[in-house]
Design a protein around this ligand. Structure first.
Ligand SMILES: [Zn+2]
Length: 421
């Protein structure tokens, strides 16, 4: 009965003791006498070695499995083996601090449920490192599983803050590679430069890269060069959100400059331009008549040369580009928009926006062909942020990568074999 409760294969339960901090279960295996792993000769019994392993809680009590391992001696004087200890990977990996089943459970808690390692360690009554080692050990096969990364049609890149390092809180970045068709984190790469991302793509199978049709990115030059170099056949799509965000940013720049030129100071709550700042960021079609009139009045009062109005109009035109249904029309529209915004009558900020749109015109118009955005990338980014927050920040790259990929990388959890033993 006791063996059935302990539930380990080929194991004798020699005793159970209720210690103040945990329940201790003493076991030995029913393994046959082995032969020497090197010379295959007969071996002698040397002694026993008690190994204490963290196990799953038993009836609400934290549990330790005390495995009395046999140590064997090889009598052959020409053999390099002197003594060796028995091992059984069904119970625990060699030199692990935790049983195999507890390690797999901890990996599921941390990786799938996104729990803090310290929480899981408290449940098991063990050290933080014991749990994290187990998560890395059992998580690695799930992350490296070749079937995890399937057939990717659309891939997206985005930067994500890894940690702040040192006295001056120097920011270390990482890049996430996301399958935007399935919302799956494929990998995290250290740094946000083109070289490290290129290396990652170079390590992937050629068939996998060849299947990618779409590549989404924000308006970042380094990611563009990654796609140019590593996925030249894929159509690049500039993320609509970032394009509109840029237009809004330019509008804000113009407003602040005009504010300073006309009033000689930064916006105050009575200044018409300052009062118009929120109305201007709202989509025009969402403004009711009253707000619309208010906005027109405020702009007339605070914007003598009509520069802010011009920038506001530019932002609205950029937005309207995403209402176009026809892909061919969109290509012409974007090209013409880039030229129009660079007109000499426009404020310098808008001319700069025009130049950016001209540089990225193919990527911007490509959205109308497939409508893939970097939205799933941002969603994955949110999951990674949650992992970091739960951990109160992670500074170890291996732990960061393991936990992010287990949480957001959609691993096949059935590989963890949770209920089989
Ligand atoms: Zn030997």
């Amino acid at each position: 009965m006791c063996e059935a409760l302990v539930g380990l294969p080929d194991v004798n339960v020699d005793g159970v003791g209720d210690w103040p901090r945990w329940l201790r279960i003493a076991i030995t295996t029913r393994a046959q006498r082995p032969s020497c792993p090197t010379c295959a000769g007969a071996v002698w019994r040397h002694d026993d070695l008690d190994v204490e392993l963290v196990d799953l809680p038993c009836f609400e009590r934290r549990t330790r499995l005390v495995w009395s391992k046999s140590r064997w001696r090889c009598p052959n004087p020409n053999c390099e083996v002197v003594t060796f200890v028995e091992s059984d990977h069904r119970i625990a990996a060699d030199r692990a601090g935790m049983t195999d089943r507890a390690g797999r459970w901890a990996t599921f808690q941390v990786g799938h449920h996104g729990r803090a390692v310290s929480e899981v360690a408290a449940d098991l009554g063990c050290d933080w490192h014991t749990v994290m080692d187990a998560v890395n050990h059992h998580g690695r096969p799930l992350i490296d599983d070749p079937n995890r990364i399937g057939k990717t049609v659309a891939v997206g890149l985005d930067e994500v803050l890894f940690c702040r390092e040192g006295k001056f809180k120097h920011r270390l970045w990482s890049t996430q590679v996301v399958d935007v068709a399935r919302g799956q984190l494929l990998d995290v790469v250290p740094g946000r430069d083109a070289a490290s991302c290129c290396r990652w793509f170079a390590d992937q199978p050629v068939e996998w890269s060849a299947r990618i049709v779409w590549a989404t990115l924000d308006l970042s030059g380094s990611y563009r060069s990654v796609f140019d170099t590593m996925l030249p056949h894929a159509v690049q799509i500039a993320d609509p959100f970032h394009v509109v965000k840029l237009a809004n940013f330019v509008l804000d720049e113009v407003r602040r400059r005009v504010q300073n030129e006309t009033c000689g100071h930064r916006g105050r709550k009575t200044d018409p331009l300052y009062r118009s700042r929120k109305l201007m960021t709202i989509a025009h079609e969402r403004l009711d008549d009253e707000s619309n009139l208010k906005l027109v009045g405020l702009l007339e009062a605070g914007d003598p040369k009509g520069e802010v109005r011009n920038a506001w109009h530019a932002k609205e035109v950029v937005r309207s580009l995403y209402a176009i249904d026809d892909a061919e029309v969109a290509v012409e529209f974007v090209a013409q928009l880039g030229i129009d915004l660079q007109d000499q009558s426009c404020p310098p900020e808008i001319r700069r926006l025009g130049r950016t749109i001209t540089t990225w015109r193919h990527q911007i118009a490509a959205w109308h062909q497939a409508r893939f955005t970097n939205g799933p990338t941002e969603a994955v980014n949110n999951l990674i942020k949650r992992v970091k927050r739960v951990a109160f920040g992670i500074t170890n790259w291996t732990n960061y990568r393991t936990r992010s990929l287990l949480y957001a990388g959609k691993p096949d959890w059935s590989l963890l074999d949770l209920n089989s033993r």
